[in-house]
Design a binder for this molecule. Structure first.
Ligand code: PMP
Length: 391
């Protein structure tokens, strides 16, 4: 068997990260990994998470198996968080807890493949590095459509030029907010255009919302998804508490299937559970137990989340202002319009290499940077370095 072992290229991110760790320059900046960092460069455990963990330890509830759908209380909470507390669709969904947002995507991929193995998945380009492998891993075909912007505003005409080839029954993946890697989110009327497109072409939306609360706010960041939920009968949602609760390694997420035909709910749930049963049986409980406590009294957690969001937005504004004062190209200044942790710098691979070699600033070769990797005191250093490598 091992004679067939393929030579598989490793993830370029980890190679760069090793390089960063070995770099002796004190001014080095890590804008590589997709985790939130505070002003001291840490990815802290949120205070509300710590409180919840203490409470759970004290109560020492049983470790007995949960349901195949995971923690049912968590499922209800996260569904309301995503759809809105008073959403009429709450009664028209089937949600299961998953192993993070990645697990949600894979479960939904397997779900699509079980129902219709010929389905084509439409994925943004640039896009989240893992969407394609997850969907291809589920045996599905993936096509790309361009996700470009002019000054931070999505070029939706280009999207539709590429999506013209989409057929009835295909699935369109959209990022609920804080598009990874571009930070470019549709305006609300552009969301409506995507809805009109899906309705007219009978294309199924799959909204991946991994950063709810990291853009403008938890409600605002779900506005496009909720508009979809108001207008389409059938849609899929993948969500995650990795970022907005900082529960990364606890692998806490959910997959949702919305269908206005209630008679389908039981068979839908049975299929979702059969998929997880054959993979990992059921998801780990701890993160979902913590998340349930945060969702049940959300004020303090939402305040902590707003601190993360405001820090990122302040960094974006500060960087954009400086770049504009320095007369930088408009394409660079779009950083202020973009949302969430990521932006794609309009730099070539050579310019990204120069940024790393000359200035010790580490981003991905395709231009992706994590704004949260930056400290306030480094903003001007970064702005000057950008101007330098773009000369
Ligand atoms: N979707 C997108 C767009 C993401 O950026 C990520 C995380 N990087 C995920 C899903 C997966 O999140 P999780 O860590 O919860 O698996």
């Amino acid at each position: 068997m091992l004679e067939n072992l393929p030579v598989v290229e490793g993830d370029p991110l980890w190679a760069l990260l090793h390089q960063f760790n070995a770099d002796p320059r004190s001014q080095k900046i890590d804008m590589l990994v997709g985790v939130y960092r505070d002003e001291t460069g840490q990815t802290p455990v949120m205070q509300e998470v710590q409180k919840a963990e203490l409470k759970l330890t004290k109560e020492a509830a049983s470790k007995s198996y949960k349901m195949l759908s995971g923690n049912l209380e968590f499922n209800d909470h996260i569904t309301k968080f995503v759809l809105g507390n008073n959403s009429p669709r709450f009664d028209e969904q089937c949600t299961i807890q998953t192993v993070g947002g990645t697990g949600a995507l894979r479960v939904l991929g397997d779900f699509i493949a079980a129902l219709s193995p010929q389905t084509v998945i439409w994925n943004t380009e640039p896009g989240y590095l893992n969407h394609r492998p997850i969907m291809e891993g589920a045996g599905l075909k993936v096509e790309s459509f361009r996700w470009h912007h002019n000054g931070g505003i999505l070029d939706i005409e280009q999207c539709f030029e590429d999506l013209a080839k989409a057929k009835e029954g295909d699935v369109l993946i959209l990022h609920g907010s804080c598009h990874n890697p571009s930070g470019v989110d549709p305006l609300i009327d552009q969301w409506q255009q995507f809805i009109d497109f899906c309705v007219a072409k009978k294309v199924i939306p799959l909204i991946d919302i991994a950063y709810q609360g990291f853009g403008v706010g938890p409600e605002e960041d779900a506005a496009g998804l909720r508009l979809f939920a108001e207008q389409v009968d059938f849609m899929l949602v993948a969500t995650s508490c990795s970022k907005n609760m900082g529960l990364y390694c606890e692998r806490t997420g959910a997959a949702m299937v919305l269908s206005s035909d209630k008679s389908q709910h039981q068979p839908l749930r049975t299929l979702l559970e059969r998929i997880t049963r054959a993979n990992y049986s059921m998801p780990p409980n701890h993160g979902s137990a913590v998340a349930s406590l945060l969702f049940s009294e959300p004020e303090a957690w939402l305040k902590e989340l707003s601190v993360c969001r405001n820090r990122i937005n302040d960094l974006r504004l500060g960087l954009g202002k400086l770049l504009s004062e320095m007369g930088a190209d408009q394409s660079l200044q779009a950083v202020t319009r973009q949302k969430g942790m990521f932006s794609m710098l309009p730099l070539t691979a050579e310019q990204m290499t120069a940024l790393r070699e000359k200035h010790a600033i580490y981003g991905m070769l395709n231009g992706r940077i994590n704004i949260a990797g930056l400290k306030q005191e480094q903003v001007s250093y970064l702005a000057n370095a950008l101007i330098d490598v773009m000369k």
